[in-house]
Ligand binder design. Structure first.
Ligand code: NAP
Ligand code: GDD
Length: 322
């Protein structure tokens, strides 16, 4: 029997790499969409590159998406590609809107034109809740985004809902809270801290400059969260889900946990630097994933403490190897 085909956009990113591993293990033919670049950025997928296929396409280019779907005929499309770093969205608000908002419409249009029976997953975000109107946040909590990125994600979310309701497409939105791993980009706070802790422990640097230590996030492990993406596309009905651990920690607690892993006092090394303070902040996020637990049977496996330890250990190992 022919293998089911899945297209993953954003395959070179953190989530794309974990999701591709999961789909390969489930027996899919996995096709990763990559945009053209003068140098390859395949570090996160190097270990599975022989097991799946890469095809060029860009969320900015409608025709590239249509041609790709016509060629590979996927059963499922996971739209993970985006400009995903919140601070950059103030520096490049228009481009962020092109990728993160309109890019979703381009992919949905490609689905509608080529094969409306394709199942579509949109990577929505807890950043949409922003200045939260309810705690904890669930599927029915109103949005109040606080960054151009958050605003773009709200657009992506509602256009997904709209294509489901307008064209009866199996299009779902996963509202995922922050999820991290040793493959997280170095600019995000968790990885910036675990990489910094490892460098300080190894004598490669002495101080770590951060922004707002009072912000709270509901941090989970990316490997657990990609499983929820797949589960959402296997349901009898298309529905949106919040995916979260239900536990919130401050950046200060994260710093203390990470320095604690190597027996160092964070207060000797962390400096608050105004350049990392944002024009508008999302102060506290904490999600309620009861619906996902009840309908998808999903719950997180890796705890906050386990994840921080895993990330510090991996950064120490990588830096020792040189
Ligand atoms: P990431 O590591 O920043 O990866 C983003 C991916 O998007 C990269 O593969 C990047 O490709 C690709 N991309 C960007 N612009 C593109 C374009 N114009 N055409 C094609 N590909 C493009 O992000 P992530 O953490 O894996 O997150 C995956 C998705 O989930 C994103 O949409 C993010 O906004 C969303 N999300 C993430 C979290 C989280 O906590 N991680 C939470 C909620 C939602 P290059 O390698 O070419 O740059
Ligand atoms: N990046 C960064 N760097 N953040 C810092 C720093 C720093 O030096 N110091 C404090 N922070 C605070 C930020 O102000 C923010 O409140 C929090 O740490 C988390 O920042 P990020 O790790 O950059 O993540 P984010 O919450 O802004 O966005 C991530 O999660 C969203 C889901 O809620 C990204 O992955 C988004 O793509 C995702 O949608």
């Amino acid at each position: 029997m022919a293998k089911p085909v899945a297209l993953v956009t954003g395959v070179t990113g953190q989530d794309g790499s974990y999701l591709s591993e999961l789909l390969l293990n489930k027996g899919y033919r996995v096709i990763g969409m990559v945009r053209r670049a003068s140098t390859e950025n395949f570090a996160r997928i190097a270990h599975i590159k022989g097991d799946f296929e890469l095809r060029q396409g860009d969320l900015l280019d409608q025709l590239s998406l249509i041609s790709l779907l016509q060629e590979i005929k996927p059963r499922e499309v996971y739209n993970l590609a985006a400009q995903s770093f919140v601070p950059t969205s103030w520096q490049q608000p228009v481009l962020t809107g092109e990728f993160t908002a309109l890019g979703v419409t381009r992919m949905l249009e490609a689905v509608r034109l080529v094969d409306p029976s394709i199942r579509f997953y949109q990577a929505s975000s807890s950043e949409m809740f922003g200045k939260v109107l309810e705690t904890p946040q669930k599927e029915t909590t109103p949005f109040y985004p606080r960054s151009p990125y958050g605003v773009a994600k709200v657009y992506g979310h509602y256009i997904t809902v709209n294509y489901r309701e307008s064209y009866n497409i199996f299009a779902v939105s996963g509202i995922l809270f922050n999820h991290e791993s040793p493959r997280r980009g170095l600019e995000f706070v968790t990885r910036k801290i675990t990489d910094g802790v490892a460098r300080i422990k190894l004598g490669m640097m002495s101080e770590l400059r951060l922004g707002n230590l009072d912000a709270h996030r509901d941090w989970g492990f990316a490997g657990d969260y990609v499983e929820a993406m797949w589960l959402m596309l296997q349901q009898p009905r298309p529905e949106d889900f919040v995916i979260a651990t239900g536990v919130s920690h401050s950046v200060r607690e994260l710093v203390a946990a990470a320095f604690g892993c190597v027996g160092l006092d964070w207060q000797q090394h962390v400096v608050v630097d105004q350049q990392f303070i944002r024009p508008a902040e999302v102060d506290v996020l904490v999600g309620d994933a009861t619906k996902a637990q009840q309908i998808l049977g999903w719950k997180p496996r890796v705890s906050f403490a386990q994840m921080v330890e895993m990330m510090v250990e991996e950064d120490l190992k990588r830096l020792k190897q040189g």
